[in-house]
Design a protein around this ligand. Sequence first.
Ligand code: DQQ
Length: 535
Amino acid sequence: NAMLSWQRTSYHFQPEKNWMNDPNGPLFHMGWYHLFYQYNPDSAVWGNITWSHAVSRDLIHWLYLPFAMVPDSWFDLNGVWTGSATILPDGQIIMLYTGDTSDEVQVQNLAYPANVSDPLLLDWVKYPGNPVILPPPGIAPDDFRDPTTAWLGPDGKWRTSIGSKVGKTGISLVYTTTNFTSYELEDGVLHAVPGTGMWECVDFYPVSTTEPNGLDTSTNGPGIKHVLKASLDDNKHDYYALGTYDPIKDIWTPDNPELDVGIGLRVDYGKYYASKTFYDQYKKRRILWGWTGETDSEDTDIMKGWASVQTIPRTVVFDKKTGTNILQWPVEEVESLRLGSNEFNEVELAPGSVVPLDVGSATQLDIAAAFEIDKEALEATVEADVGFNCTTSGGTRNRGILGPFGLLVLADETQSELTPVYFYIAKGTDGSAETHFCADESRSSKAADVGKQVYGSKVLVLDGEKFSMRLLLDHSIVESFAQGGRTVITSRVYPTKAIDGAARVFMFNNATGLNVKASAKIWQMDSADIHPFPL
Ligand code: DQQ
C-alpha cells in the first residue's frame, strides 16, 4: 500500500515526517508568517515535545526551519509545551510557553528571539530566570498550562491567562506583569464553568461588532465583544462563547449563560483541537489556526511515519447578521491555489437523486455550493424529525421529509466509499424549522481501524439566505463551512478507493418530501510548496 502515501495532504501544512500537535505562537514579523508547533522529532506518536518552526509569505506555501526550542532545560525537560506570542508596542517579541519540568510540574516560561531584526527569527533564547510562573496554591502541578497572548489593561499592566481546573470546574486564571519576568496572580478568575474539566489552550480576543477588520488583542471599548475559547481536555473539543470583558475587574461574562464556554458552541464540530488565533497586523485580520489529529490507529501512523495536519488558517469575525456567533472563513490566500473550475447551475434534485459532477479527479478541490429548497413543501410539512441531531440520527441513510441534501465527496464511482456533507431540516408542530449541518464519515473508508463518526450541529439560515456550503478538500481532510462559516466541520477521512484519479463528487438529495435546486462552482486546487528552507 506504499505507506498509504495518498493520505498525505497536498496543500495543508504538515511536517515532512513524525508527529505534530498544537499550533504555537503564530505571528507576523517582517514580511513572514511564523508558525511554531508541537513536534516529536523521533516518532509519529506524541512525545519529546519540541517547538518546530516554519515560515510563509502567504500562509499557504511554507518553509521548514530548524527547531525553535528543544526540551533541554530542567524547566522544560519533559516537553516544550504550548504557548503564545505577544508583540510589544516597541517591536519586541515575547513568547510565553508551558514547560513540563524534569519533575513533571507544569510551569510557565519566557523566551524571546536572540535577534528581533532577523525576519526568520531563527534563534530563540530561553530566559535564564525561568520558570517565570509556578502553579499557585490550590492548583495541581499537572493542571496549569498554555498561556495566552498577553493583552494590555487600562492600568498599564499586561495580562496573560492560563487554563486550569478546580475539581470539575474549568477555569482561566489571570496574571499581570509589567516586564514579563515577574507576575502576579489576580484574585478571582477571568471565567469558570462548572463541569467542563481542565481547560487547555485558552484563547481570548476581541472582535468588532461594527467593523469587518480584526482587532489587536489589547483592543477594548464600545462596539467590541470578547471571544473566550477553551480546549476541553475531557472531550477533546474546542468551545467558545461571545461575551463582554471588564478590564477593571478582569472578568469576562458570556452574552448567553446557556451557551457558555464548554457547554455551547464549538469552534469546529469535527476533528479539531488546541486552536489559537493571532492578530495579523499586516492585513488587519484575526487568524485562527487549529490542529487536526488522526483518527486511524497509532500502528498505522507509525507505519506511515507521520501524524496530523493543521487546518487552513481561517479569518475570524463577529457574525453581525445573527449576533450570536463568530464566522470562520479560509484565508483569501488559499484561493491562489485555484486552478480550472467547473460550474453546475440550478441542478434539479428530486427526492432520492444523486447527480455526478464531472470535474475529473476530485482529491484536491475548493467547492462553493448553494441549495434552494421548495418553500411550499417546507411550509406544508407539519412535522419533521423533531429532535434531530447530526451525531445521533444515523447519517445520510436516514431519510427524513426535509433532509438530507448536499454533497458526496471523496466518493468512488460506485459510491462504495463516500463522505456526505449535508443539510437536514427539522420542523416542529409550532411551525419552527431548524437547520442542521452534518458530515457523515460512516462510509468514508473500507478500512476498519479508523474513526467514522457523524459530526455536526445546528446552523442558522436566515430569511432570504440559500443553504450554502464551502468545502476545502485535500486527500484525507475535508473542511466544511456552512452559511459563510457559522458552523464548521473538519472531517479526517481515509478513503481506500476514492483516491487519486478515482475520487468523484456528487450532489444528492435524500429527503423524501422536498425538491432541491443546487448550484456549485468547483475548483481544482494546486499543491502548495512546503519544503525545507534552503539555509
Ligand atoms: N498539548 C500540549 C499542552 C496542551 C495540549 C502538549 C493540548 O500544552 O495542553 O503537547 O493538545
